[in-house]
Design a protein around this ligand. Structure first.
Ligand code: DI6
Ligand code: FE
Length: 395
């Protein structure tokens, strides 16, 4: 006896190998997919007639910085007037501006300001969201941010996974050596002690941290049982992608300046490429990530909103599908794979991002004719229903 059968549907269970052939029904038991293609008359506590609608795995937003206070509308205006992201950061703005706002907010205020952003992602069909810290910088404020993320995880109807963004920006007046030491000796062990994150991330960039700093943090993170990911090649190529891939990260994210030798290292180490077209778009970058080369090499390409107050105030997974197609040239099925199965891989999970039997029953029901509709129409699309672990999200 199944808990639920949704029939008369077009269920696309898994975009791993391109757009799959749709099946007509999905059966759910105990919050998991138990079978695909069962007859409409199979025994179940509940039957739902989808009236021919499309069913997709719930979206997995595998890279966000949505837990913050304040906003940076003033910087956006300054960038439009010609000041670069790096110049704004060098003047004490950028990430440090949000660090000051987070310093001035308590845990409760952080939760209250961040929840609407999380809910915006959920309304468009996100059922798993990764959230990074990285706007605290001091041990106390990083822990405060991670505790706020943990509370966001109690929202219901969505799975939250927390990442400690260990190296994001240097605190005002601090030396890199001293700061990296503090992260390794103090903050990382405290994060692990309280089980506040499952993963560690580093911003490896000329305006941020070096490859050596990144590798030092990864070494300590792994000793403490945390997985690793990296922001690499967003604005320049420091060799971060290759070094991170060789060290065994789950993913390298951004990749605008990634080259052939970096891609070879990703292939050799099974690294996921996380592409972030929201940041590319908002910074009005002109260098696109090497999508054709990644595709030819068979590197799984994930997508994410990168939702953050500076470079990607984009609280819309559906906008990301469109931007990935129009700006980066992803096909519709690649874009959906990017927000489902490949994003799950970046998070080290194989039971989300697909609707294969045994997977979590996180799925969305759409009136759209096919996945191609998402890369065609921008705006005005909402799922008819979102199910999280087999339960309907009411919103
Ligand atoms: N790369 C990004 O795009 C964000 N962080 C990072 O390492 C930007 C964060 C910000 O500007 O607040
Ligand atoms: Fe980011």
């Amino acid at each position: 006896m199944y808990d639920l059968i949704v029939h008369n549907a077009r269920v696309y269970p898994d975009f791993q190998a391109g757009k799959p052939a749709p099946v007509a029904s999905i059966a759910i038991t105990d919050g998991q997919v138990s079978e695909l293609g069962v007859g409409a008359d199979a025994p179940a506590h509940k039957h739902l007639d989808a009236n021919g609608a499309m069913i997709l795995p719930g979206f997995v937003d595998c890279h966000t910085h949505l837990c913050y206070a304040g906003n940076r509308m003033d910087e956006h205006a300054a960038r439009l007037a010609g000041t670069s992201y790096a110049e704004i950061a060098a003047r004490g703005g950028g990430i440090r501006a949000t660090v000051r706002a987070v310093d001035g907010a308590n845990e409760q205020e952080l939760v209250e300001q961040s929840l609407p952003r999380l809910q915006a992602l959920m309304r468009e069909g996100a059922t798993t969201v990764e959230i990074k810290s990285g706007y605290g910088l001091s041990p106390a404020n990083e822990l405060k941010q991670l505790r706020a993320i943990r509370r966001l995880g109690e929202t219901g109807g969505v799975r939250i996974t927390a990442t400690f963004l260990a190296l994001h920006a240097l605190p005002e007046g601090e030396s890199a050596g001293k700061y990296v030491r503090q992260v390794i000796e103090e903050t990382l062990p405290a994060v692990a002690e309280e089980s506040l994150a499952e993963c560690v991330d580093v911003f490896c960039e000329h305006m941020a941290f070096s490859v050596a700093d990144m590798l030092a943090v990864f070494e300590r993170a792994r000793e403490l049982g945390l997985a690793c990911r990296a922001h690499t090649d967003q604005l320049s190529n420091l060799g971060g992608t290759r070094a991170a891939a060789e060290s065994g990260v789950r993913s390298c994210d951004h990749l605008e300046y990634t080259r052939a030798e970096d891609i070879a290292a990703m292939v050799a180490n099974g690294t996921v490429a996380v592409l972030l077209p929201g940041a590319y778009y908002c910074l009005r970058e002109t260098q696109t990530p090497p999508v054709s080369a990644l595709r030819e090499a068979g590197v799984p390409m994930a997508l994410a909103t990168d939702l953050n107050p500076g470079t990607s105030p984009v609280a819309s997974p559906l906008a990301i599908l469109h931007l990935a197609s129009t700006l980066f040239g992803l096909h519709a099925d690649e874009a959906v794979a990017g927000l489902t199965c490949h994003a799950a891989k970046a998070l080290g999970r194989d039971n989300i991002g697909t609707l294969n039997p045994g997977a979590k029953a996180d799925f969305t029901i759409w009136d759209a004719a096919g996945p191609e509709f998402f890369t065609y129409q921008l705006g005005g699309i909402r799922p008819r229903h979102v199910y999280y672990e087999g339960i309907l999200n009411e919103s």
